[in-house]
Design a protein around this ligand. Structure first.
Ligand SMILES: [Zn+2]
Ligand SMILES: [Zn+2]
Length: 382
């Protein structure tokens, strides 16, 4: 496609301009601009293709599966873990509140905090949890003894998997304890450091070592296709409707498709790197958000609920991202893109050989990797 586009641009657009002395400067200018962008785009493509993403097996020696120090919770214990932590000031009856919740009743899973209401909160005895959806009747709840307590409810239930424990990071195919953020790629047949996704366009994975080059390639792909699109539309429009070259129309269509493709990838990856999320990690946050917005199988958008959950836990994908760094977008962006500003735009420099092996967890997570509520965070973070 690049070869064909170059033929159309130079052979069918620029050369005719150059042959006419009146439009020679325009033809040369268009051709030089095209060739410069083509070379930068091909250079960044070559760099992302020849830079391996980083194989975990090159750094970690194989080992038997670690013996679990932690017994995975059944569904019920996992729910108890979070259901037992409602966001409300401590009361004298806290011990009762921590009683296990019978999860055999599915309604309680939707409204775990309802099970925590005490008789002294003026709930009529015949008012069983099944009859009340969470927050279905805030007015009634505000008549309870502690209106603030009952108003501040959250539906957020982060996963309780201890993701930092070695037994949860074991790859059975490679027999290694994977470094943090490493995932096994089935297409490559190996574990990739800070796995982002497998990209057929570059014939390998995007991972710790080549993620920066992948972002830069998309940037130049977008600039190149934008130039091509603008140039083709401009020259085709100037020719008038009776002298349209069908090959230019083909190039306009191709450039348009690939502009949308590369620009949206560039935009998405910049956004994700500023949040310190890989593509695969971002899917988990998307699921969590969707689950939270889902009630009775329908998507709904309750901003007040989201606000309460965020007050209680912090934001999904930021405070709730185990790899997120405090201090705004820059420290997060620099972890993937490096500290050199010119290196954000050009595929210069080589990746640090240690990149992808060590990541510092967010202090809002416990030592085993579970997201904690704001009240459990270190004091300076609350
Ligand atoms: Zn593996
Ligand atoms: Zn792969």
């Amino acid at each position: 496609m690049i070869g064909y586009a170059t033929y159309v641009v130079i052979g069918r657009v620029c050369i005719p301009f150059i042959e006419d002395s009146g439009t020679r400067a325009k033809g040369v200018g268009l051709m030089v601009g095209y060739l410069i962008l083509l070379l930068v785009m091909l250079w960044s493509y070559m760099v992302v293709v020849i830079t391996p993403p980083g194989k975990a097996t090159d750094h970690v020696s194989s080992a038997p599966r670690p013996t679990p120090r932690y017994v995975p919770p059944s569904q019920s214990t996992a729910d108890e873990f979070h259901a037992s932590e409602p966001y409300r000031p401590p009361t004298s009856s806290d011990e009762t509140a921590r009683d296990p919740i019978p999860v055999s009743n599915p309604t309680l899973l939707q409204a775990p905090d309802d099970a925590l209401l005490k008789p002294e909160q003026n709930i009529p005895p015949q008012h069983t949890p099944d009859q009340r959806a969470p927050n279905s009747n805030p007015g009634q709840q505000s008549t309870a003894g502690h209106p603030q307590e009952t108003m501040q409810r959250s539906l957020r239930r982060p996963p309780s998997t201890p993701v930092l424990l070695p037994e949860y990071r074991y790859c059975q195919r490679d027999n290694i304890v994977k470094p943090h953020r490493t995932h096994h790629c089935r297409a490559c047949g190996t574990c990739i450091l800070k796995y982002d996704h497998h990209c057929p366009w570059i014939g390998q994975c995007v991972g710790a070592r080549n993620h920066r080059f992948f972002v830069i390639f998309n940037l130049w792909g977008a600039i190149f296709t934008a130039y091509l699109l603008g140039m083709m539309i401009g020259t085709t429009a100037a020719r008038g409707s009776e002298d349209i070259d069908p090959q230019c129309i083909v190039i306009i269509a191709l450039a348009g498709i690939f502009f949308i493709f590369t620009f949206s990838l560039y935009y998405t990856h910049c956004r994700l790197t500023m949040l310190n999320q890989t593509t695969v990690e971002s899917l988990a946050f998307r699921d969590m958000r969707e689950k939270e917005q889902m009630t009775d199988g329908c998507l709904f958008w309750d901003r007040s609920q989201k606000h309460l959950s965020n007050e209680e836990w912090g934001r999904i994908g930021r405070e709730g991202n185990i790899w997120w760094k405090d201090g705004g977008w820059r420290p997060n962006f620099e972890e993937t893109m490096g500290t050199s500003v010119i290196g954000w735009f050009l595929p210069i420099g080589r990746p640090d050989p240690r990149i992808g092996l060590e990541y510092t967890p967010n202090r809002r997570f416990d030592l085993e990797g579970r997201w904690m509520q704001r009240k459990q965070w270190p004091t300076d973070l609350r």
